[in-house]
Write a protein that binds this ligand. Sequence first.
Ligand SMILES: [Zn+2]
Ligand SMILES: [Zn+2]
Length: 840
Amino acid sequence: MKWNWKPALLSLASLVLFTPVCYPQHAIVKDGKVSAVIVVPDKAPEPVKFAGDELAFFLEKMTGQKIPIVNTASENKDTLSIMLGESPEAEKAGIKVSEIARDGYIIKSVGNKIFIAGKDSSGENADIRKKLNEVSKASFMRLKILMSPTNWLFERGTLYGTYRFLEELGVRWFFPGEKGSVIPSVKDLAVKNLNIREEPHFLSRHIGSTSAINFKSKEGKFDLEEFKELGYTTASNMLWSMRQRISSGWIPLNHLPPSMGWDERFGKSHPEYFALLENGKRDVDPDNRQYRSHQCYANPDVIKEIIEDIAAYRRGDTAASRGVPERITERNMQAKGWPSTFNGNIASVLPHDSFRACYCEKCKPLLPPTDTERLLLHSKQVWTFVDKCGRELQKKMPDQKITCLAYSSYSFPYENMPKLPENVIVGLCPGTYNKPFNLVDEANYQKLMGLIKTWRSISSSPLAYWLHYLYRFRQPQRYGIPMHLPHLVSREWKDLAKDGKWIYVQEDQDSIMFEHLNRYIMTRLSYSPDTDVDALLNDYYQKFYGPKAAPVMKKIFDDIEKKCMEIGRTNAGRIDVWEKYFNPDTLKNYASLTDEALKLASGTEYEKNVKLFSKYYLGLMRKGYADYDHNVKKVLDKKGAQVCICAARGPVKIDGMLDDAAWGKPTRTVTMRNNVDGKKTAWPTEVKLLRSPDKLYFGFTCYDPETMKRSLTEGEADSIEIFLDPSHSHDTYYQIQVDMAGRVTDTFYEGGGELGQEAWNSNAEVAIKKYDDRWVLEIAIPRSSFSNGLVHPTAHPWGANFCRTIRNAPDAKDRFSCWSPLLFGRFHQPDMFAHIYFTN
Ligand SMILES: [Zn+2]
Ligand SMILES: [Zn+2]
């Protein structure tokens, strides 16, 4: 409890306060006898009934006694009545439920009663027990319907107050499933006088996914043994999320065109609704469900359709009445077929991923020169559209709001962007700046804060945040590397809270124990960003590992946090992570500390929790190291693959000859090794590099005695791939693939595991020449094609890799070869790229 010093208390008269205060205690169980009842009024809404069941369940687990659930307060003055939900008595006690914010609650002791109340929805849709039962039995197809966010948008304030009350009694839910719950076992149980009113800061709070998990498809990606052992299921995860009081509300920040089936609805009848690409085609393929179409952002009819959709939703019409295809409506039955792109008076107008600009007459002038910073390349096109949507909507539905993410190539506001209309909520999702490892760097942190201030000044409404916070820890790039940054996260969320009201954290929970503490902390911070994170952590060590082992566990987590901060600060790739930070010595140290904790917890209920930490947290780190040791270390070039890119002395003509004087000295050459065991390939590849102030040049000589017989058919031709990470972020990177026929495919990647953006164009100039024993690729790429590409980097190298695919290599191992061969099957691992230095 916080002690608020009020000056009045310092008067002489209040000295009495300094004598020990005797809190009135109300017994729930005393000397083996029950002296409390749980009061759930007749006709109480479903969430209140569920709260009564949850309370009785945990009190019985704690005391071994059944606390009766009754429908009126006890007449016996020695019996404590725990009054759940709205009631005339609650009102008499001064609790005005209508004045409590969504997901908020009041817990108040009055005489021999404790009131716990918040807003609750009634009706069958709010029947939590029934919903969870259905979820636990459902097939995956059905699960997708049941776990749609729109199925859980009912109020349950009293339930959340009940969970808060149980926490007051010492119960904790650190992760989903029984093993994540801490339930103190006591003979006697009493509760002191309480007077708590809590309301969440963020109106919408989603930490990690509560969506349907298809365990079959996750096999291999997830450690299903861990899921089984911990009892982690879609249903247990949903129940845990409610116990952590995640939002019962929802702010739509979805991609509008795919969620509303735009391709099928308008692809054939109104191609003019879709972006006109540079090649003169409309950006739609109604027969290809995988196609990501983008809209024309200036066509007034596009905005008209969106507004008519919103109007139909608000009127209560079905989505089908607007032509939304069945595959979408059947997944959203409980919302009359409307996807979660619409909720209440908020709708999202966000374009699809991998943005492609519209080049129609009206849209084209909204595009800046191509050398514009990538994060604002499409800002004017998108935000002019959002602005117009908002203004049109204001005329028809003054209380309706729309959202759009500041995201991808429209993350930054464009120059002199006017203030957005009042009904627009900006959601912030600015690429590298919403990932915690990147925010350890104070310059990045300040950039994010500056961006928040700028958007807040353009927007009339507080902001929403979409964070790519938690990694997929089982994917190669992050395998077994913890991201434990509680103090950074706490600092950031306090700052986010100043200008924002909604928060969504995207996460793929592939490793439960490994990630549980982050999820636990974030659910707390999203409810109350002011939460003292040290108090929260200490409570966790004490309650989960027990008072004796707690200091030892704290030591381990503190050290992990310290090293994670260093990893973030130095932007460490996997080699540094496993050689410098979580090296065998450190892991050995953690193991011996864990053994110590295990001894201290031995024979207590905490022993099993230390074992879980050892098996699934340290265990995954150990596996991460083993993976590195097995795959990377053995082919590791001790110096690390690196090369200088020299300034060209003279012009380079792109003709596939590599005979310009510039290609002579001091050009540097690198070679390639196979991607299996790092050995030299039978048919070598040589790469030469040069730079000019505005271009990069690469010359590839690919030896192949069968060059002339090679297929040039698309998809069958051998190819070269260039990977470049100009900011040395180990995260965002560009890929330029050129096949033997000279076809160029270029893609931008915003992060490990993210989808590539094909809209990015390298503007590369290529020439290929074929000989009997080799083929040569000469390529020039304008540096302006890369974000910050024209800047001469002195402080850091560019991350880079060159890869070659030989479809009929004499040795199967040589099929894929690389300059930095540490990638094992996947070229897309930017932290394992080699380095290009721009020094001479
Ligand atoms: Zn257009
Ligand atoms: Zn690097």
